[in-house]
Ligand binder design. Structure first.
Ligand SMILES: Nc1ncnc2c1ncn2[C@@H]1O[C@H](COP(=O)(O)OP(=O)(O)OP(=O)(O)O)[C@@H](O)[C@H]1O
Ligand SMILES: O=P(O)(O)OC[C@H]1O[C@H](OP(=O)(O)OP(=O)(O)O)[C@H](O)[C@@H]1O
Ligand SMILES: [Mg+2]
Length: 279
C-alpha cells in the first residue's frame, strides 16, 4: 500500500483533500481522523501538519506527501519535489516598516523574525548577509510592532496581512512557492499512478474541450490559432466542404478563442468541461 501524507489543517488542507477526491480516492469523513485507509486504490492516508510532512517522507516513514515548496526547503529533509500541484501559490518575502528598507544589505546585523529559519538562513548565507534570526511559530507580522524584530520574512499572498501591520516588502523574492508532491528519494512504484491521477485533475481544471465545425478552406488557419495539447482531432462531416474539429483549450482563454474562431468562419462552437484525464 502506498502511504500518503496529507495536510490535516491550514491553507493547503482543503484543496489537497478535494484534489484527492477528484482523483478517485476515498477520504476521511471526520476531520479528527488522523489515518484513512483506501484498500480499493491500494493507498492509505496520514493526516499530518503541513510543516512535518517533508520530514516523514524524507525519513522514508511515508512514501509521498502534499506540502508547500517553502516548507519542504525549510525542513532540510531529503524528500524530493516530484511535481507542482498548481494551488496554494504564494511568495516568500522580507518585509519591514514602510519606507525603511530597500535592499538585503540594509538588514545586516539586525533581527529577522520568521517561522522558516532553515529557508531564510540558507538564503541569507548564500547572499552573504549576517543577521540574528528570531524563530516564531506564526503571525510573525506582529513581531516588528511588538519590538521583537526589525524585519520579518514570511509567506505573502495578497499582502493584506503585511499592510495591516504597517509593513512593506523589500529585496529580492526569496521563493515562489505552491503546493507540491514530495516523495522519498527512492520513489515507490505507486507514486507514478498517484501523480498521473493528480495531473489528470489539474488538466480537468485548467482545460476545456472545444468542438467546432470548420470550412475546409480555413482549417489550417483555425488549427494554427488553436493547436490544442498535442494535435487537434479533425473528423469528416457529411458536407465535404466542412470538417468537425475537437481541441483542448486553456479554460481562461475560452471566450477569446471562440471569438477568433467565429471571426475566421467556424460555426457551432461548443465548449464542454473535462471530467477526468490521462494525457
Ligand atoms: N495566505 C496563503 N496563501 C497561499 N499559501 C499559503 C498562505 N498561507 C500559508 N500558505 C502556504 O501553506 C503552507 C502551510 O502553511 P499553513 O499556514 O497552512 O500552515 P501553518 O502556518 O503551519 O499552520 P496554521 O497557519 O494553520 O497554524 C505553506 O506552504 C505556505 O506557503
Ligand atoms: O498576504 P496574505 O494574503 O495576507 O497572506 C499571508 C498570510 O497568510 C499566512 O498566515 P496564516 O493565516 O497561515 O497564519 P500564521 O502566520 O499564523 O501561519 C501567512 O503566514 C501570512 O501571514
Ligand atoms: Mg500559516
Amino acid at each position: 500500500m502506498l502511504r500518503i501524507a496529507v495536510p490535516n489543517k491550514g491553507s493547503l488542507s482543503e484543496t489537497a483533500a478535494q484534489m484527492l477526491l477528484e482523483a478517485g480516492y476515498s477520504g476521511r469523513r471526520d476531520p479528527k481522523e488522523l489515518h484513512h485507509s483506501d484498500p480499493r486504490n491500494d493507498v492509505e492516508f496520514f493526516y499530518l501538519r503541513p510543516r512535518d510532512i517533508a520530514t516523514y517522507v524524507g525519513s522514508g516513514a511515508l512514501d509521498v506527501g502534499i506540502t508547500g515548496r517553502d516548507l519542504l526547503l525549510d525542513s532540510g529533509s531529503s524528500a524530493v519535489e516530484t511535481a507542482s500541484l498548481g494551488f496554494g501559490r504564494s511568495t516568500f518575502r522580507f518585509a519591514g516598516p514602510a519606507g525603511e528598507f530597500s535592499e538585503l544589505a540594509d538588514m545586516a546585523g539586525l533581527r529577522v523574525a520568521t517561522s522558516y529559519p532553515g529557508l531564510v538562513g540558507d538564503f541569507l548565507a548564500e547572499a552573504g548577509v549576517s543577521v540574528a534570526l528570531i524563530k516564531l511559530d506564526g503571525a510573525v507580522e506582529s513581531a516588528v510592532r511588538l519590538g521583537v524584530a526589525d524585519v520579518i520574512a514570511d509567506v505573502v499572498e495578497t499582502g493584506t496581512t503585511l499592510r495591516n501591520a504597517g509593513l512593506e516588502v523589500f529585496g529580492p523574492v526569496i521563493l515562489q512557492s505552491n503546493a507540491v508532491l514530495v516523495s522519498s528519494p527512492e520513489e515507490k512504484p505507486g507514486v507514478a499512478t498517484l501523480l498521473r491521477r493528480l495531473q489528470g485533475v489539474l488538466v480537468a481544471r485548467e482545460y476545456v474541450l472545444m468542438d467546432y465545425d470548420c470550412p475546409v478552406a480555413i482549417l489550417d488557419e483555425a488549427t494554427a490559432l488553436v493547436p490544442g495539447f498535442e494535435s487537434p482531432t479533425v473528423s469528416p462531416l457529411h458536407d465535404p466542404e466542412w470538417v468537425a474539429v475537437r481541441v483542448m483549450v486553456p479554460r481562461t482563454e475560452t471566450n477569446l478563442v471562440m471569438d477568433r474562431l467565429y471571426d475566421l468562419g467556424a460555426r457551432a462552437i461548443l465548449v464542454s468541461s473535462i471530467h477526468a484525464a490521462r494525457l
